[in-house]
Design a protein around this ligand. Structure first.
Ligand SMILES: NC(=O)c1ccc[n+]([C@@H]2O[C@H](COP(=O)([O-])OP(=O)(O)OC[C@H]3O[C@@H](n4cnc5c(N)ncnc54)[C@H](OP(=O)(O)O)[C@@H]3O)[C@@H](O)[C@H]2O)c1
Length: 247
């Protein structure tokens, strides 16, 4: 039986990914910073483990408690939308710790078992924003572009050991808690000098006609996990797919 460990399962893409793999007969280790038993259906094949991906001890405990896994999905992440001048260095660190460093740390923690078994897949959830530059997203985009570069280089060194690494690039998904979580964490407002730019960015969001659903991301993760011939980068969602086609 196949086992998958997913980070950031309390909401959004991680929750939907856990649900999808459970529905399809996998054993799922759904990890959450603050574990909740009420968001996923009860199942003998489901384990919920505490995991704060920015905490090295928490990573070690979760990987130990999980035991052997076949697929790791680095999904936990935080957003940040602001002009660089309005961003504190603490916020920059938080974004990179959560989106980038944790992806590297989690991957490093599971690699020995994957290499020894000569099997395993690492799926890293990046973002379609890395496909083209956008206003007010410099720090967030940099944190995800680093994940892309990390994953693509790592895939080369893991290939001789039969271990795969893949990227899922979701588009904008207003249905998840991502925007609300980002707004709640962003104490600072956009600096006055960038107010018009921000207004245009927000107006652009209102005009968007194509979006990404959590189910699009879960399907892309499914493909990355189960199809050895899938491409390195898997756009997820109508907007991300259109962007990739135009690139
Ligand atoms: N939604 C979008 O528009 C979008 C687009 C492209 C890419 N993405 C990426 O997709 C991934 C999932 O986002 P989402 O849309 O599903 O947002 P979400 O609903 O906010 O989910 C993010 C998840 O990450 C978890 N998380 C944050 N910090 C954590 C930490 N230190 N340790 C463990 N878990 C942590 C959150 O847990 P808590 O409940 O504990 O905060 C939550 O479960 C992220 O990597 C994001 O960057 C999102």
């Amino acid at each position: 039986m196949n086992t998958i460990l997913v980070t950031g399962c309390s909401s959004g893409f991680g929750l939907e990914t856990a649900r999808t793999f459970l529905d399809r007969g996998w054993t799922v280790i759904a990890t959450m910073r603050a574990p909740r038993g009420d968001v996923l259906p009860g199942s003998e094949r489901l384990r919920i483990l505490p995991l704060d991906v920015t905490d090295a001890d928490s990573i070690a405990r979760a990987v130990e408690a999980a035991g052997p896994i076949d697929v790791l999905v680095n999904n936990a992440g935080v957003g940040l939308l602001n002009a660089l001048e309005g961003v504190s260095m603490n916020e920059v660190h938080e974004v990179f710790e959560t989106n980038t460093m944790s992806t590297i740390a989690m991957t490093k923690a599971v690699l020995p078992q994957f290499r020894e078994r000569r099997a395993g897949v690492v799926v890293n959830v990046s973002s379609s924003v890395t496909m083209r530059p956008l206003h007010l997203l410099s720090v967030y985009t940099a944190s995800k572009a680093a994940v892309n570069a990390f994953t693509e280089s790592l895939a080369l060194e893991l290939e001789p050991f039969g271990v795969r690494a893949r990227l899922v690039l979701p588009g904008a998904a207003p249905e998840t808690s991502f925007g609300a979580n980002a707004r709640a964490r962003m104490g600072g407002t956009v600096p006055e000098a960038y107010a018009d730019m921000a207004a245009q960015v927000y107006a652009g969001f209102q005009q968007m006609t194509q979006f990404t659903r959590a189910s699009d991301v879960a399907e892309a993760v499914w493909r990355a996990a189960t199809d050895p011939s899938c491409p390195m980068r898997l756009p997820a969602g109508a907007d991300a797919t259109a962007l990739a086609a135009a690139a």
